[in-house]
Design a protein around this ligand. Sequence first.
Ligand SMILES: [Zn+2]
Length: 223
Amino acid sequence: MNERPPERTKLACLLASCSVIATGIILVGLIWNRSSLSVDAGLGELAADADNRGDREAKATDENEPTAKDPANSHPVPAGKAERKLLGGHVVLLADALKRRKIPAYAQELKDQVVLETSHGELIPIVPDWRGRAFYQDERLRNRQVELIGLLRPGLPYLQVLVVYTFDERGTRQYTDYWCEICAIPMYEIQRCDCCQGEIELRYQPKALPDYIVQPKAAPDSQ
Ligand SMILES: [Zn+2]
């Protein structure tokens, strides 16, 4: 018979309850202390984090990079260097190029998109930036033979144009930009002159390719 006498059992129960309660109180005290400590530490860390993030985002915005808030930022960006290339062909409206390939598409969405149709028949959309924008603005630059020096980046099927050459009727390569006759300054898109706010004109200058471009063996197709 292992049963204890009732008094002793009661006493043991009382002691056990007391010790449980005491342990509970001590534990609660400890946890409270620790959690308030960690809350303080956590708040400190969060504040520091927010400061860092603020700095990073300000910096990212300054550098025109995607910010941490940008959901696109969570996608991996393909590694690899942008290559400076010489591409020959014609700049055309994408809608026209697709039509010629019998690819149905709604014109409204494609409206102003221009592409370089290379001499190999490849279509490369042009980024409408400080240099590529002229092809969107100026139809005199489209549907004619061109050579473009531009950047092609891994994973980005767009051309960032850096230098534009067109060809005259005799096939002479012409460095092509815009020019203010009064102020004698070049510009790269249709706009009022940066200086006198006057009209600017399209300018052609016979020029050879720069040394950093290795001239391709095949001559650009003539029109
Ligand atoms: Zn001017």
